[in-house]
Design a protein around this ligand. Structure first.
Ligand SMILES: [Fe+2]
Length: 317
C-alpha cells in the first residue's frame, strides 16, 4: 500500500491573517512528514512476519501507523476546513442549533476547547456520530484519538507548528483567526455526506419481529411519572437463583406458568415483561399475554439492561 499525497485544498493566498510561510511549512514539513512516515511504516509492515515478530515490535509499528495515518487524514481535513470567510451557512446553522442550542454556543465551546489546548497540543474537531445522529465537538490530545465510527467534518490543528511562526505563544489569537477563515460551504458538503452514513445495525430478532418492544429508559420514565404499568420479571427460574437480584419494586413470575398467573393482571393497564437479556423468553411471554388479550410488550434489554443503566435492584431472597 502506497499512500498518495493530497493537494493542499484551500488556496493559501486567500487566507486572512495566516502567512504563506506558515501554511507552506505546515503542509510541507508536518503533513508531508506524516505521509512520508506512513509510507515508510507501511513498507515495513508489508514485509513483517507477524508470526515470529516480538510483540513490542508489532505494538510499536501498529501504533506509529495509527498515529501517522490519522495525522495525514486530519491534516487533509484541516487544510480543507479553511479558505472561506467564516460565515456559517443556513444548513450548518440549523445543524449547530439542533445539536448545540445555538451557533454562538457551538462557537464558544469550540473556541474554548482550542484555547484550552494552547501550550499543549492536539485537535479540536466537529464530528458527526452516526450512532447518535448528532454532531459533537471532539477533543483529541494526539492524532490517534478518534471516535469509533464517527466522521469529523471540521478540524482545528492545535499543535504548536500550526501557529507558532505567525502567533508565537498566542494560541487564542490563532484560534480566532482560524474561525474567521472557515469554509462553511465545504463543511456543509462534508456534513451532508457524513449524515448519510448509516448507524450501526440494531439487533434484529426475525422470529419476534411482530412483538412490540419497549426501551428500558421508556419503562423508567413511565415508572417515574407514575403511569399505570404492570412490570413483571419473567426470567427463567434458574436465572433468578443464579443472579440473586431483582429490579426494585418488580415482581417475578415463572415464564413457564404464564397461563396460570396472567389472571392476576388487568387488561385495562399496559403490561411489560422481560427476561435476562431481551431474547426469546420475554418475547414469548409477551406473545402469550397478547394472545390472551393483554396490552403486553417486552422490555428489549432485559434484566441485565436494567442493571446496565444503573436502575435499582434488591437482593431476591
Ligand atoms: Fe499540524
Amino acid at each position: 500500500m502506497r499512500y498518495q499525497l493530497k493537494q493542499i485544498y484551500c488556496r493559501p493566498w486567500t487566507l486572512s491573517g495566516l502567512s504563506l510561510k506558515l501554511i507552506e511549512s505546515h503542509y510541507e514539513n508536518n503533513y508531508g512528514g506524516a505521509l512520508r512516515r506512513l509510507n515508510a511504516i507501511a513498507e515495513q509492515l508489508e514485509t513483517l512476519d507477524f508470526a515470529t515478530t516480538p510483540p513490542y515490535v508489532i505494538n510499536s509499528l501498529k501504533r506509529e501507523e495509527l498515529t501517522a495515518l490519522n495525522s495525514t487524514l486530519l491534516h487533509e481535513l484541516y487544510f480543507a476546513s479553511m479558505g472561506g470567510e467564516g460565515r456559517v451557512t443556513d444548513a450548518m446553522s440549523q445543524a449547530l442549533m439542533r445539536d448545540f442550542g445555538s451557533v454562538q454556543r457551538w462557537r464558544t465551546q469550540f473556541s474554548a476547547m482550542g484555547y484550552a489546548l494552547g501550550g499543549g497540543s492536539g485537535w479540536v474537531l466537529l464530528t458527526w456520530v452516526p450512532r447518535d445522529g448528532r454532531l459533537i465537538n471532539q477533543y483529541a490530545s494526539e492524532h490517534g484519538q478518534a471516535i469509533a465510527g464517527a466522521v469529523p467534518v471540521l478540524a482545528l490543528d492545535m499543535y504548536e507548528h500550526a501557529y507558532h511562526i505567525d502567533f508565537g505563544a498566542n494560541a487564542s489569537a490563532y484560534v480566532d483567526t482560524f474561525l474567521r477563515n472557515i469554509d462553511w460551504k465545504a463543511v456543509e458538503g462534508r456534513y451532508e455526506d457524513a449524515s448519510k452514513v448509516a448507524p450501526p445495525r440494531p439487533l434484529v430478532q426475525q422470529e419476534f419481529a411482530d412483538v412490540p418492544g419497549v426501551d428500558v429508559e421508556d419503562v423508567r420514565a413511565m415508572l417515574a411519572e407514575g403511569k399505570p404499568l404492570q412490570l413483571i420479571d419473567t426470567r427463567p427460574k434458574h436465572f433468578v437463583s443464579r443472579q440473586q437480584d431483582i429490579a426494585e419494586g418488580v415482581i417475578w413470575r415463572d415464564p413457564e406458568r404464564v397461563g396460570e398467573w396472567m389472571s392476576e393482571l388487568s387488561k385495562e393497564q399496559p403490561v411489560v415483561v422481560y427476561c435476562a437479556y431481551g431474547f426469546h423468553i420475554g418475547c414469548r411471554t409477551a406473545i402469550a399475554l397478547r394472545d390472551a388479550g393483554f396490552d403486553a410488550r417486552y422490555m428489549k434489554v432485559g434484566h441485565s439492561g436494567w442493571k446496565a443503566v444503573g436502575a435499582p435492584v434488591r437482593l431476591n431472597r
